[in-house]
Design a protein around this ligand. Structure first.
Ligand code: ZN
Length: 374
């Protein structure tokens, strides 16, 4: 049955409107604007497109690598929905083939069972650079083989994303992945600019967590960072948590990249939406102090960031206007993924968030279903 809301303020992905009617039916937005029926539900605050996160390792106490099940994905979904995420790419970091297969099976099952918010899978590794491994387990880093290709070729995983190091995967193999429907992102890489540019020419369309675990920009070699910044067709993920990237480095990226090509990601671990303060990662322990996660070996190990905090941070620290900050967390990742989402227009899935004056999430809907109310 159709339901009409009257939003005090609405951001449709392009512009703000006031006192606007929005009608949802069968999980979709069927009308924006028009009459205000007497039985309409009034929503105080700002109604905006749901946020889309292409890099989520965990949430609600579940870490995908440690728990490759549908119930773990449901916990992650519920935890991040509180912070405005309505679509996410569960992310498996470098692990053994059987774990990758189990993760793929869980994704497939979650899509069949319509676990809200799960839209595909992101394999971050295992074809990475050992010198830029970050928190990934060195012993599992390996070249692409038929075993992983068979997983990437599956057609029951929704949207597919693979982060790889271009010095360890040939342009021919990158093109092959693209032909299998995989969005190829470059990351955890020590590649020189030439190698990174060849990967972009072969079809890579993204760079994973810009600046982090990447060869830097040098005067005579743009490295991964420089190549990411000058590759106009590529999207860059950015972890705007104040620990991974400085405000100045984020501002530089915003100035260098064409508008629409930087997307906010969380790289969140299991502790988001949980009271726990530590968790096991392979044979290490990751501990949270404040909102910073550190592994026993000393390096940053993912983040404690959520999407709406990332929106606030990029607005507050880099002077990005609210509309643009919201696009960086919804429209631009949707464009990277090619979903057509990240907007509130007639015909889109009703993935919506209601924000208060301080940009705190009050309500979240996925496919027209209210999944969180604060
Ligand atoms: Zn990473």
């Amino acid at each position: 049955m159709a339901q009409t809301f009257i939003a005090e303020q609405l951001f449709d992905g392009e512009q703000f409107q006031r006192d606007v009617a929005l009608t949802v039916d069968d999980g979709k937005v069927i009308a924006v604007g028009g009459d205000h029926p007497a039985d309409a539900v009034r929503l105080q605050g700002l109604l905006a497109p749901g946020l889309i996160d292409v890099q989520v390792n965990g949430g609600g106490g579940a870490l995908f690598n440690n728990d490759t099940t549908v119930s773990a994905l449901a916990k992650m979904s519920a935890a991040h929905a509180k912070y405005g995420t309505t679509g996410f790419m569960p992310t498996l970091i470098t692990d053994e083939v059987p774990v990758m297969q189990k993760a793929a099976d869980a994704i497939s099952a979650a899509l069949k069972e319509e676990v809200p918010g799960v839209i595909g899978v992101h394999f971050e590794g295992p074809h990475l650079s050992k010198p830029k491994k970050g928190t990934h387990e060195e012993k599992y880093i390996r070249p692409l083989s038929e075993a992983e290709l068979a997983i990437y070729a599956r057609d029951d995983l929704g949207l597919k994303m693979v982060t790889l190091a271009p010095e360890n995967v040939s342009p021919e193999d990158i093109s092959k992945l693209v032909s299998l429907g995989v969005k190829v992102c470059l990351g955890h890489s020590n590649a020189d600019g030439k190698t990174a540019a060849a990967a972009v020419a072969a079809g890579a369309t993204g760079f994973t967590h810009l600046y982090n675990a990447m060869s830097p920009l040098h005067s005579r070699d743009p490295g991964m960072v420089g190549t990411a910044l000058i590759s106009d067709g590529c999207w860059c993920g950015l972890i705007a948590d104040g620990h991974h990237v400085s405000a100045e480095a984020m501002t530089l990226a915003l100035k260098a990249k064409p508008r629409g090509k930087i997307m906010l990601v969380t790289d969140a671990m299991s502790l988001v939406g949980s009271d726990e303060t530590s968790f096991p990662l392979f044979d290490r322990i990751v501990t949270r102090e404040g909102d910073k996660l550190t592994s026993t070996t000393g390096e940053l190990a993912g983040s404690h960031l959520d999407m709406i905090s990332a929106v606030r941070n990029i607005r507050d620290w880099c002077g990005v206007e609210l509309a643009e900050a919201l696009r960086m967390a919804a429209l631009y990742p949707a464009q990277f993924l090619g979903t057509g989402g990240g907007r509130i227009t007639q015909g889109v899935q009703a993935d919506l968030i209601l924000l208060d004056d301080e940009l705190r999430v009050q309500k979240t809907w996925i496919g027209g279903q209210e999944v969180f109310s604060g």
